[in-house]
Design a protein around this ligand. Structure first.
Ligand code: C2O
Ligand code: CU
Length: 533
C-alpha cells in the first residue's frame, strides 16, 4: 500500500561507522531524522518552548517531489529577486512564511556550460524586518546595522573577489548586486546561498538557497542519465510551530538569542516533508546537496541496495564509488546514480537513521538506461611535495572577549583580526586543521578546489598541555568517494585533517569558514587573501 512507512526500515546499527565519524552523541541524536526531535531535551530548554508541530505524525508520501525550475536568462544576463512568500511544506500543513530567490525555495536551478560567462543581478526585494531572531552581540549584526542584509555567494565557484559575496559586502532591501561568473571550471554541482555577516544562518533557514550546475563536454560524453532522469535533491531540516511557521530556537537570554547549532525536527527534500517521486525502472542521476545549517546525514536506501557516487563538491570522481551509505555534511554535495531496474511495482525509500524521507514509486518500463561508465574523469592526486607551505590551523573551543567559553574560533582568531592566511597566486599549500573540539566541523574555502590528503587522530589532552600534536593512530586516507575535488571537508573531533589546494584564478580577499552556519555567524570564519607573486 502506498503511503505506509517502510516497515523493514533498517536502523543504523553500524556503530563502528559512527565511531569513525566521531559525531558527538548530541549530534548523532539530532543527526538525520529526528522523528523524535520535538521530545528531545534540548528543545525544551529554550524559553519560548512553543508547541511544535509533530512532524512524525504527518501523513507520509502524499506530496509529489517538487523539482525547482531552471533559471531563465535574457541573453547571458540573469536577474533574480529575493522575495518573501508562503509555501506549503506538506499537504496537511498551513503555509509557511519563507524568503526565496525568485520567491521559491529552493531557488531556480542554474544550468550553464563551462567556459561561458554569465552575469546575475541579485536583487534584494525582501521586507526590511527579519522574522528570525537576530543576535545583536554578534560581530556585524550590531543594533545599528540594518536588520535585513544579503550577500549572495556561489559556493564552489572560481570567481573574482568582487563577485564572491564577501560577507561584509551586503545589500539592503531595494538594492542589488551584479555578479560576474566566468564558469571557467569543470562540470560540478555548485550552489548559491546567502552569506551576509552574522545572519547567514537566519537567511538560510528563511530559504535563500538554490543549485547551480556547470556542465562540460567531457561530462556530456559520458551519457549519464539526463533530462527527466536527472533530478536535484536539496536536503535541509526544519522545525515548525503548529501554525506552520518555522521554529528557530533562542537561547533564553533575551539580548543574546544565538544558539550554537540548529537541528530541525524533520528533513525536507526540495522544500517538502516526506515527498514521493514516480520513477521508471532504470538509472537516475541525483544531484544531492545538504544545505542544512547544522545536520550531518547518513543516507541509505531501503530496501538496501547499492548506489554509486560519481561526483563530489567540485565535479566528477575518477570512477564511480559504490556506496552502502552516504555521509553528507552541511555544504557538501554528492552526484549520485541509483538504479531502479527490476523494481517495477515496488517502492524504494531514501532515508536517514531515523526513517525514510523520500519515497520512490517505481513503475512502467525503462526508457533507455546506459551502462554506468567504469571510468569517469581522470583525476591526478596532487603531490604533497608540490606544496610550498603548510599552514597549521586550529579549530578551537575558545573563550570570547567577555571570557565566556563555548565560542568556536579558527586558529584562535576573530573575524576582525588581521588577515594571517595569504597564499601566493598559483602556489600550492597544505592546510592542516587541528580539531580541538568535540564536533565535526565542515570546513569550506572559497575560490579554490582541493583534495583531502588524510585524517589522523591525535591526543587532545597532550596538545593542550604541551602544544604538541601526538598521533595515536595511523593516518587514514580518504574513502573512495572523497578522493575527488572538494571544497568542503568534514574535520572530525580530535583529528588532524589535511587538504592540499592550488590558489589559482584571482587575487584578493576571500573567506574560509565552518559551514555549520551558527558557528560561521559567531566568529568561526576568517578572511584570507590571495596575493600576487
Ligand atoms: Cu557555502 Cu562561504 O559558503
Ligand atoms: Cu563549526
Amino acid at each position: 500500500m502506498r503511503g505506509v512507512l517502510a516497515t523493514r526500515w533498517t536502523f543504523l546499527s553500524n556503530v563502528s561507522a559512527i565511531n569513525k565519524l566521531r559525531l558527538t552523541r548530541r549530534r548523532l541524536l539530532q543527526n538525520g531524522g529526528l522523528a523524535a526531535a520535538a521530545a528531545l531535551t534540548p528543545r525544551k530548554m529554550f524559553s519560548d518552548s512553543p508547541a511544535l508541530l509533530d512532524i512524525a505524525s504527518l501523513a507520509k508520501f502524499v506530496d509529489p517531489l517538487p523539482v525547482p525550475p531552471k533559471a531563465k536568462p535574457t541573453g547571458a544576463q540573469y536577474r533574480l529577486a529575493m522575495r518573501a512568500f508562503e509555501a506549503k511544506m506538506h499537504r496537511d500543513m498551513k503555509p509557511t512564511r519563507l524568503w526565496g530567490y525568485d520567491g521559491i525555495c529552493p531557488g531556480p536551478t542554474f544550468d550553464v556550460p563551462s567556459g561561458s560567462a554569465i552575469t546575475v543581478e541579485w536583487v534584494n526585494e525582501l521586507p526590511s524586518h527579519h522574522f528570525l531572531p537576530i543576535d545583536h552581540r554578534l560581530h556585524g549584526a550590531e543594533a545599528g546595522q540594518p536588520q535585513v542584509r544579503t550577500a549572495v555567494h556561489l559556493h564552489g565557484a572560481k570567481v573574482g573577489p568582487e563577485s564572491d559575496g564577501y560577507p561584509e559586502n551586503w545589500r539592503t532591501p531595494g538594492q542589488s548586486a551584479t555578479h560576474f561568473y566566468p564558469n571557467g571550471q569543470e562540470a560540478a554541482t555548485l550552489f548559491y546561498h546567502d552569506h551576509a555577516m552574522a545572519i547567514t544562518r537566519l537567511n538560510t533557514v528563511a530559504g535563500l538557497m538554490g543549485l547551480y550546475l556547470i556542465r562540460d563536454e567531457f561530462e556530456d560524453s559520458l551519457q549519464l542519465p539526463a533530462g527527466p532522469f536527472e533530478i536535484p535533491l536539496v536536503l535541509f531540516d526544519r522545525s515548525f510551530r503548529k501554525d506552520g511557521q518555522i521554529y528557530y530556537p533562542v537561547s533564553g537570554k533575551p539580548d543574546a538569542p544565538w544558539v550554537s547549532e540548529y537541528y530541525g525536527g524533520g528533513i525536507l527534500v526540495n522544500g517538502k516533508l516526506f515527498p514521493y517521486l514516480e520513477v521508471r525502472p532504470q538509472k537516475y542521476r541525483f544531484r544531492m546537496l545538504n544545505s542544512s545549517n547544522g545536520s550531518f546525514y547518513v543516507l541509505t536506501l531501503d530496501p538496501q541496495r547499492p548506489f554509486w557516487q560519481i561526483g563530489s563538491d567540485q565535479g566528477l570522481l575518477a570512477e564511480p564509488a559504490p556506496l552502502g551509505q552516504l555521509i553528507l555534511g552541511p555544504g557538501e554535495r554528492a552526484d549520485l546514480i541509483v538504479d531502479f531496474s527490476g523494481k517495477s511495482g515496488q517502492e524504494v525509500y531514501l532515508g536517514t537513521s531515523v526513517g525514510p524521507i523520500l519515497q520512490f514509486r517505481v513503475s512502467g518500463n525503462a526508457d533507455i538506461s546506459m551502462p554506468l561508465p567504469a571510468k569517469l574523469r581522470p583525476i591526478e592526486r596532487v603531490n604533497e611535495n608540490s606544496a610550498v607551505k603548510t599552514r597549521t590551523l586550529t579549530l578551537g573551543d575558545d573563550q570570547n572577549r567577555l571570557g565566556m567559553s563555548g565560542m568556536m574560533l579558527l586558529n584562535r582568531s576573530h573575524w576582525s583580526d588581521p588577515v594571517t592566511e595569504k597564499p601566493v597566486l598559483n602556489s600550492t599549500e597544505i592546510w592542516s586543521f587541528i580539531n580541538l573540539t568535540d564536533d565535526t566541523h565542515p570546513i569550506h574555502l572559497h575560490l579554490v578546489r582541493f583534495q583531502i590528503l588524510d585524517r589522523r587522530v591525535f591526543d587532545v589532552t597532550t596538545y593542550h598541555l604541551t602544544g604538541k600534536v601526538v598521533y595515536t593512530e595511523p593516518a587514514r586516507t580518504p574513502e573512495p568517494n572523497e578522493l575527488g575535488w572538494k571544497d568542503t571537508v568534514r574535520v572530525d573531533p580530535a583529528t588532524v585533517t589535511r587538504i592540499i589546494a592550488k590558489f589559482e584564478g584571482f587575487t584578493g580577499r576571500y573567506v574560509w569558514h565552518c559551514h555549520l552556519l551558527e558557528h560561521e555567524d559567531n566568529e568561526m570564519m576568517r578572511p584570507y587573501e590571495v596575493i600576487a607573486s
